[in-house]
Design a protein around this ligand. Sequence first.
Ligand SMILES: [Mg+2]
Length: 223
Amino acid sequence: MPHIPAQRRAVFVSDFDGTLARPNFYQLVRKHLVPPGTPDYWREYREGTMTHFDALDAFFAAAQGGQSALLDMIDRMEVPADLAEHVERLRELGWEIVIVSAGCSWYIQELLGRAGVQMPIFANPGRVVDGRLIMERPADSAHSCRETGIDKAAVVRTFQQETHTVAFAGDGFPDFEAARLVAAHHRFARDDLAAACREEGLAFRPFEQWTEVTAALSQENVP
Ligand SMILES: [Mg+2]
C-alpha cells in the first residue's frame, strides 16, 4: 500500500470519476466506443445480476478503436484547472490526498500525469492488450472485494487506523460504505452518493466541484 508520510496527520480520500474528473471514463467509453447491440451491463449491475467490476470490465472489453480511441476518451475528460496547486496547498496544511476508484488506474494515472500531479491511487490495475483495456482485480487483498475490485471502505478504514482525521468525497453508489465511515462534516457527496445519503438519513456536505471540497478542508486546523 502507498506510504503516507508521518507529518501528514489528515487524509482526504477522494473518488475519481465524477468527483475529481468529469465525465466518467466508463460513460465516455460506453457512449463513443461500445458498438450498438452490446448488452446493457450497467442495468445488469443495477439489478444485481452482475458485479460493478464485471460490468465496467465488460464495457471496456467491448470498446472498439484500440488504444488511440481509449486515449481520445481521456482527452475528453477534465480535471480542475490548477489541480497541482490545489493539491500542493492542501498538503502544506497537513492533508494527504489519496484517490480511491472502482475504475481503472490506467486512465487515472494518465490524467493525473497530464496534470502534473502525483498521489497515491487505490484502483483496479489495468493495461491495454491488443487494443483492449483489460481491467484486473487488485493484488492487495486487504483492500479488495468481489463487487467493485478495490474496496473503498477498506481503504478508509486503513487510514482511520493511522490518522485521526479522514475526509471522503464521492458521487456514486459504490462510495456509500466508505462515506458512511467518516464524520458528517468530513463526508462530501454529490449525485448518486448524495441521493443514497439522503435515503439513509446520513448527513453530508454537498459539493459540485472538487475544489469546493479542498477549499472547505483547507479552512480546518489539522490537529
Ligand atoms: Mg465516481
